[in-house]
Design a protein around this ligand. Structure first.
Ligand SMILES: Cc1ncc(COP(=O)(O)O)c(C=O)c1O
Length: 399
């Protein structure tokens, strides 16, 4: 039995079977590279699902974590935590319209807080009837009951009914549908600037501006789920900044901790103050370890990593477009890319790529998602393209 098989057997014997893991146990990482339990090396272009923003074991993050681990680990939100102030200051400095931050531990928790805040904002103003959440069909916002309801994907809801009431779904990118859906009962429109889990789907130009305009005019909040798109992933600090809009609340997680679990919401002053004393909370949220690592992530981004990632992202995109006749298009922004395949077979390409030392993620039958670290070098981008090109050649089109 190989090292990978031995780990798989142990995991499958004792864990709930809710994941469909690939037959690989990743045991070590450095930069964009990871190694499995049999010593095989891979370029990690899934990055813990768009999490490892600076690659694996980045020296600054390791240092921040070690230093904090020798200072204090956890105290709870019964006390003030200096790292929370520093992290909130750093995040708000990148987000001029926002004035308030709330920290938690994951993406779904951040969205849960954002959704609860949207309802509470209107309820506090004497409009509890204004509780409806409008969101997009096939979006992804997490797996708690509220966020899985808002995500609007039946396959993730099945068996967990009854779902949370008061949620309506409309097609992504459809301004007319949005116009029809937002009423005087709408608390918020919740949307991803680019739908990540659904295949890196980019909305038509002007969609987010129209959503901002409409929600403002009708008194509803615009809540952006920047969990996958934020913290430099798409080439700007937040994806919405490329659209020139100011939402009311955003959620963040994934890349924010560079691999250490942390989530956050950022809100305007008018909205953020409604997460009032006692109204919401978490034991671990904004834990000193998480804050220290996230602060180090932001320092690296500001120190030049974000700027340096842009030309590498452009090079990767161009390389992918030229990777073979199977590539129909490349969509996405920055280093959140979806390679759309002509002739489907994404799962086969993913397998062939893995066999050639490249980890990517198949979404549906015809999209491969790539989310490499922002520290990617041109040589690593070229190597990944070469491996993908070979994988495409080895996995012929289905149709
Ligand atoms: C856009 C978006 N929102 C929310 C989530 C949920 O985050 P988590 O898995 O950390 O709960 C994800 C995770 O994939 C996501 O991509």
């Amino acid at each position: 039995m190989s090292g990978n098989q031995a780990v798989a057997a142990r995991v499958q014997a004792v864990l709930t079977p809710n994941y469909r893991q690939q037959p690989v146990a990743l045991v070590r990482g450095e930069g964009v590279r990871v190694w499995d339990a049999d010593g095989r090396e891979y370029l990690d272009f899934l990055g813990g699902v768009a999490v490892n923003l600076l690659g694996h074991c980045h020296p600054s993050l390791v240092k921040a974590l070690e230093q904090q681990a020798r200072t204090v680990w956890h105290v709870s939100n019964h006390y003030f935590i200096p790292g929370q102030a520093a992290l909130a200051e750093a995040l708000l400095a990148e987000t001029p319209w926002a004035r308030r931050a709330f920290f938690c531990n994951s993406g779904c928790e951040a969205n849960e807080a954002m959704l609860k805040l949207a309802r509470k904002f209107h309820s506090d103003q004497g409009h509890p009837e204004r509780h409806e959440i409008v969101s997009c069909t096939d979006s992804f916002h997490g797996r708690t009951l509220f966020t899985v309801t808002v995500g609007g994907q039946e396959k993730y809801q099945h068996g967990f009914e009854p779902l949370v009431p008061g949620v309506r779904h409309i097609p992504f990118g459809d301004v007319k549908a949005l116009e029809a859906a937002i009423t005087d009962r709408t608390a918020a429109f919740v949307v991803e600037p680019i739908m990540g889990e659904s295949g890196v789907v980019v909305p038509p130009p002007g969609y987010l501006q129209a959503a901002r305009e409409l929600t403002r005019r009708r008194g509803a909040l615009l809540c952006l789920d920047e969990i996958q798109t934020g913290v430099g992933r798409t080439g700007t600090f937040w994806a919405h900044q490329a659209e020139g809009i100011e939402p009311d609340v955003i959620s963040s997680a994934k890349g924010l901790g560079g691999g250490f679990p942390i989530g956050a919401i950022l809100a305007s002053e008018a909205v953020g103050q409604h997460l009032s004393a006692g109204s919401h909370g978490t034991t671990f949220g904004g834990n000193p370890l998480a804050c220290a690592v996230a602060l180090a992530v932001l320092a690296e981004l500001k120190g030049g990593v974000l700027a340096a990632s842009r030309p590498v992202a452009a090079r990767l995109r161009a390389g992918l477009l030229a990777a073979g006749a199977r590539v129909a298009s490349v969509r996405g922004q920055g280093l959140l890319l979806g390679v759309v395949l002509r002739g489907g077979g994404a799962a086969d390409v993913m397998r062939e790529a893995r066999d050639r030392g490249l980890l990517v993620n198949a979404i549906g039958d015809d999209v491969l998602r790539l989310a490499p670290p922002l520290t990617l070098t041109p040589a690593e981008a070229d190597l990944a393209v070469a491996r993908l090109s070979a994988a495409l050649a080895a996995a012929p089109a289905k149709a």
